[in-house]
Design a binder for this molecule. Structure first.
Ligand SMILES: NC(=O)c1ccc[n+]([C@@H]2O[C@H](COP(=O)([O-])OP(=O)(O)OC[C@H]3O[C@@H](n4cnc5c(N)ncnc54)[C@H](OP(=O)(O)O)[C@@H]3O)[C@@H](O)[C@H]2O)c1
Length: 321
């Protein structure tokens, strides 16, 4: 089987492509060729690389036709952000592929009601990114129901792994937050520190894609969360990180209006987006229908990332315990 992956050299592709190669699939990666995977792996030698810019081809309404001409049995779309973009691919691939998988986001849920929320909960997205991802999901699952288009949507939480910055216990990507916790310095958290984050190791996202392909009949027409077994509160996360450095977390809680004065405008925007969503998604459906078992808890996944950042001189912290 020939699998074309659009955007296969990023976070998820770093772990997914070697899995697919090792399972015996013929793999084609489509990207601009501007970046390398986060980790080297011998399997990349077997991946056919095709350089193209999706955005440029979409402007000519040609991207779907170019992907169809690669004659894939399966297409995995890692980088779709609008319904129109999804439509171009679906129109070109209808009746020509056995499976079409696309990366969504748990942001499709917007405000949660019951937590952890299942894939069946109502969608109340807010913010352009989540609204667009929810439109894409609705469109694809509708195409599956009405016309038998073999779509599966995978919704990751905050992707984490070696090679990049995890969302930190303040809900943004400022590395100084880890340094403060590592040195016992005071860290201010918004409100009571009870906003939630839901991380997932990139390898566990790859697992959801992989097992969707292996369990085709249970995966087609379905959406799956790709998250760790449990979300974290900001304060619980901060306390755990401080413990990794042998410290007790020195936390202070500030009302939102006060807290945003202590951080950059960019960090405040990121934190607001994260704690307004406060995701807590269930992985039960992927466990039940396609046999997924996340390898990492949220803290295990973040630990791996933080330890990579220290080893590569990106974080000035004492030794991890
Ligand atoms: N990051 C998160 O925490 C998170 C959470 C939930 C959902 N998601 C979803 O995850 C998906 C991203 O997956 P990822 O994090 O594995 O990807 P990523 O690390 O952002 O990598 C993007 C991939 O797409 C390629 N690419 C980017 N622009 C392109 C273009 N115009 N034409 C062709 N190729 C292009 C990149 O290679 P080149 O640069 O070489 O082209 C790379 O292979 C998105 O759909 C995002 O919404 C992410």
């Amino acid at each position: 089987m020939r699998i074309v992956v659009v955007g296969g050299t990023g976070h998820v592709g770093t772990f997914l492509m070697p899995r697919l190669v090792e399972a015996g699939y013929e793999i084609v990666n489509v990207s601009r060729g501007e970046r390398q995977p986060y980790q080297a792996h011998a399997a990349w030698r077997s991946v056919e690389q095709i350089a193209m810019d999706r955005t440029a081809l979409e402007e000519q309404d040609n991207f779907g036709a170019v992907i169809a001409a690669l004659e894939p049995d399966i297409v995995i779309d890692m980088i779709c952000f609008t319904q129109d973009s999804a439509r171009q691919l679906v129109e070109a691939l209808k009746g020509r592929v056995q499976h079409f998988l696309l990366t969504g986001s748990v942001w499709v849920h917007g405000h949660s009601v019951q937590v952890p929320y299942s894939e069946e909960e109502a969608r109340e997205p807010f913010g352009e990114y989540g609204i667009q991802k929810a439109k894409i999901e609705r469109y694809l699952l509708d195409q599956a129901r009405r016309y038998g288009f073999p779509a599966t949507v995978v919704h990751p939480g905050h992707i984490v792994g070696p090679g990049w910055r995890p969302i930190n216990p303040a809900g943004n990507v400022d590395l100084a937050v880890f340094e403060k916790l590592g040195s016992g310095e005071e860290l201010a958290l918004p409100n009571f520190g009870l906003g939630q984050l839901h991380h997932v190791h990139a390898d566990d996202v790859a697992q959801v894609f992989f097992r969707s392909i292996l369990n085709w009949s249970n995966a087609v027409g379905e959406a799956f969360h790709a998250v760790s077994p449990a979300a974290l509160t900001l304060r619980g996360y901060a306390e755990a990180v401080a413990g990794w450095f042998g410290q007790e977390a020195n936390l202070r809680y500030l009302p939102w209006g006060e807290w945003i004065k202590t951080v950059s405008a960019q960090d405040a925007i990121l934190t607001e987006d994260h704690i307004r969503h406060s995701p807590s998604a269930s992985i039960a459906k992927a466990q039940r229908l396609i046999g997924c078992q996340p390898r990492y808890t949220s803290l295990e996944a973040i630990y791996e990332s933080v330890s990579w950042l220290i080893d590569h001189g990106n974080l000035c912290c004492p030794e991890l315990r």
